[in-house]
Design a protein around this ligand. Sequence first.
Ligand code: NAD
Ligand code: UDP
Ligand code: UDP
Length: 318
Amino acid sequence: MSGPRILVTGGAGFIGSHLCERLLDLGADVLCVDNFFTGSRANVRHLLGNPNFELMRHDVTFPLYVEVDQIYNLACPASPVHYQHDPVQTTKTSVHGAINMLGLAKRLGAKILQASTSEVYGDPAIHPQVEGYWGNVNPIGPRSCYDEGKRCAETLFFDYWRQHRLQIKVARIFNTYGPRMHPNDGRVVSNFIVQALRGQPITLFGDGEQTRSFCYVDDLVSGLIALMNTPPEVTGPINLGNPGEFTMRQLAELVLELTGSASPMEHLPLPIDDPRQRQPDIGLARQHLGWAPTTDLRAGLGKAIAYFDKVLTTNEAN
Ligand code: NAD
Ligand code: UDP
Ligand code: UDP
């Protein structure tokens, strides 16, 4: 007997490629759908020989007719640099993409999980963030295409659940890092590591006192799969992230220590609407999924640094 057929949209991206890999290990048949906007064939090249893996180039803003049992909807650029590059397309990906994937799930009676984000909390007035907090989001700023797109996707998920009794799961993912992040995607962890390894200045935005909570990708993938496999009454939204909270200055210092780099720090202006603090309350994830991250920042950064070191050495030798 073969395992469940699982669709992963955005499967050739950073988190998606790790998710595809883990689902295959668990015996699933995986259909990876991606338009390669920020993801790449290279991220899943090692899976292409697996008879249970299929890669399809497709943009989720267009309808998709396939046959699957479960859907993980991850398609959407996640780095501010990428999602602000074509903001209209970002909103379309979140909103039209959600409608199409929900329509697909409705036709098939398939379970569907949405990769939502801590950005739905905006610049939060509640700390740490609990799922009951409605957020503090600017609807018309440069980050809005992502934040409001994801908020609308959550709305659609809950309306399909109420109106069509779909089995939905909504994960609010906090900053996640690890191997296969794009070296130039502009996110803080990849920026700092690449800068430290190249001996370039570490670009610290603002006073560096803003905080984030960083989850290692393997932990996050375990959380997503645990959420998908909860009983139907568990819909979320459920926060998935590592509660360890660090200032960007602390992150920079840790990266410098672990790489042994002598890069200086360079202070640059804080981007507009940059949230001041971020820390997940993961009480619901502990309760419903029995899940908590097991990789601390020092250990996870070590693995990410080893990955980037290899990528840069290979790229720069070519
Ligand atoms: P990523 O950019 O590496 O992956 C996104 C993938 O979606 C890419 O492969 C991209 O090509 C694909 N994609 C984009 N638009 C598409 C479209 N219209 N049709 C088909 N494919 C499309 O980012 P990631 O970090 O792996 O993020 C994956 C998901 O997790 C996203 O939905 C993101 O919003 C969410 N998330 C990520 C983080 C994080 O810290 N990494 C935090 C919160 C939420
Ligand atoms: N859809 C899809 N694949 C399917 C079924 C539907 O991509 O297998 C898309 C279709 O384009 C539709 C959307 O999902 O516009 C929403 O579907 P739903 O059934 O909710 O709405 P309707 O078809 O009535 O617009
Ligand atoms: N940041 C920084 N230097 C960089 C990139 C980002 O200081 O080179 C800061 C950014 O201003 C934010 C934090 O790091 O406060 C996290 O940024 P990222 O783009 O990784 O994610 P997000 O803002 O979406 O959480």
